[in-house]
Design a protein around this ligand. Structure first.
Ligand SMILES: CC(C)C[C@H](CC(=O)NO)C(=O)N[C@H]1Cc2cn(c3ccccc23)CCCCCCNC1=O
Ligand SMILES: [Zn+2]
Ligand SMILES: [Zn+2]
Length: 170
């Protein structure tokens, strides 16, 4: 394993991310904004930073796929499982985040499946969090639909701060 990914969390202040592929259902700018907003939900609550880079050496590789897409966790058709992500400490695939392109990905709409909310959940895993059993928590295992005011529940905040500490005003 790379020295900085010791099983449960990233052992460095800044985690990089890049787009391996995009969905054709949204403009790339919309996707980059949704992803940046989803990451910011976590970085505003805990001592972790994110930086977008180009190329496949980033920590978190973001991609879309349908059905069998190159790992042991094939996606289903529309509905069902919406996305998945790999924990730190999973080797090269650590942090990688895959979205099922059979879903109808949307931004700012109660139609379809909201990309930002799903991404925020997945990045919780990419940072080392499992699922929460607290109803309404972002890390609950079920998508609870579009909420323009979605955010981290107290359970999510406690969990991320237990891994990375509270945000230091630096
Ligand atoms: C939390 C989310 C962002 C990521 C999770 C997966 C996950 O934990 N990724 O890290 C997810 O996709 N959960 C399913 C769980 C699920 C709900 N149902 C299913 C029917 C079949 C298979 C799975 C499901 C009932 C029908 C509704 C299907 C559409 C919504 N799907 C879900 O809520
Ligand atoms: Zn996958
Ligand atoms: Zn999950």
């Amino acid at each position: 394993l790379p020295f900085y990914a010791v099983g449960s969390k990233w052992e460095k202040p800044t985690v990089t991310y890049s787009f391996v592929s995009y969905t054709s259902q949204l403009q790339r700018g919309q996707q980059r904004v949704s992803i940046a907003n989803a990451l910011a939900k976590w970085s505003t609550q805990a001592n972790i930073n994110f930086r977008e880079v180009s190329g496949s050496s980033a920590d978190i590789l973001i991609s879309y796929g349908r059905g069998n897409h190159g790992d042991s966790y094939p996606f289903d058709r529309e509905g069902g499982t919406l996305a998945h992500a790999f924990f730190p400490g999973s080797g090269d695939i650590s942090g990688d985040t895959h979205f099922d392109d059979s879903e109808r990905w949307t931004v700012g709409s109660s139609e379809g499946t909201n990309l930002e909310i799903v991404a925020a959940h997945e990045f919780g895993h990419a940072l080392g969090l499992g699922h929460s059993n607290v109803p309404g928590a972002l890390m609950a295992p079920y998508y609870s639909g579009y909420d323009p005011n979605y955010g981290l529940g107290n359970d999510d905040i406690q969990a991320i701060q237990s891994l990375y500490g509270v945000r230091t005003s630096s």
